[in-house]
Ligand binder design. Structure first.
Ligand code: R5P
Length: 289
């Protein structure tokens, strides 16, 4: 087995290769004068793990090209962050189900797909190959444990992320709650933990994605107003669009951390171990057939 990754997932691909004790294949990435992408891979093997987060149009095309370059091999596709997964329904007439379009496009010629904390697991039904979603909640729990905070309160920004926050909190047996939004007037909303008080506590807000940072920045300001001692933010996928990192820091958040599903300066923990576990389980199952 060998591992290969797109340009924006090369660090995670190398970590996965190390974790499964496989060779990483070098790739040359460049562009033709008209802007079209070109790739050329080193020598591939019969079994390939192709790693690529979809973070922009180029990463999507590079992933399709890598899969094509591995034609003839048994391919496990790892999609650490699947862009377009949040448009998983037709919200208005004339819209595509973008998650379905992307899932179909990347899974045509692969044998298995692995996603990480995908926004909604029902998206997996759109892949043409068997697909499995894994969670790095435990890894985020380990990261929080290493911060050695006194009696932290783990908070989900909404009830949709409550189960994820619970899985993080279980790692350290910490208190856990989710934030509730109450409308006070036309313009005013109050955001507070549903059951517990944040007063005098170290709060860690955890979520699957930080995109614009708006959800967490607003929540952090409210929590500090309610007397929280300090607020941290930790997510799986640091999309961090439109100046989100600075926005979160400006809101007073002590530290913003994400995993390497999207490689960022604030990637503080890796999804490689969790992904490698599934790849190795797949190998054992295949061996038993
Ligand atoms: C939404 O359902 C997701 O779980 C995140 O809460 C959301 O994508 C965060 O977006 P933003 O950072 O733009 O507030």
């Amino acid at each position: 087995m060998k591992v290969i990754g797109t340009e924006s997932s090369q660090i995670l691909a190398s970590r996965i290769a190390d974790a499964v004790r496989a060779e990483i294949v070098g790739v040359k990435f460049s562009k033709f004068p008209d802007g079209e992408l070109y790739i050329r891979t080193g020598s591939i093997s019969d079994e390939m793990v192709v790693v690529g987060s979809i973070v922009d149009p180029d990463s999507f095309v590079q992933l399709l090209l890598l899969i094509d370059a591995c034609e003839g091999s048994e391919i496990q596709l790892v999609l650490p962050y699947m862009g377009y997964a949040r448009q998983d329904k037709k919200f208005h007439d004339g819209e595509p189900v973008s998650a379905r379009a992307v899932a179909r496009a990347v899974s045509q010629n692969v044998n298995r797909c692995i996603t990480v904390n995908i926004h909604d697991p029902s998206v997996l039904l759109n892949f043409s190959a068997p697909a499995k979603n894994v969670s790095v909640a435990g890894t985020i729990g380990d990261y929080i444990a290493a911060m050695a905070l006194r009696d932290p309160l783990v908070l989900a920004p909404d009830d949709g992320a409550a189960r994820f926050a619970q899985a993080v909190a279980e790692k350290g047996g910490w208190d856990c709650d989710h934030l509730d939004k109450t409308r006070i007037s036309g313009e005013e909303v109050s955001i507070a933990p549903q059951k517990l008080s944040a007063e005098n506590r170290s709060v860690v807000i955890v979520d699957d994605i930080i995109s614009t940072g708006g959800t967490i920045a607003t929540a952090a300001s409210m929590l500090m107003h309610q007397g929280a001692r300090e607020v941290f933010a930790a997510c799986v996928h640091g999309v961090l669009s439109g100046g989100a990192f600075a926005r979160l820091k400006a809101a007073g958040i002590r530290e913003v951390a994400c995993s390497d599903t999207i490689e960022r300066g604030c990637s503080r923990y890796s999804a490689a171990g969790t992904i490698a576990g599934v790849i190795q389980d797949g190998k054992k199952t295949a061996g038993r057939r």
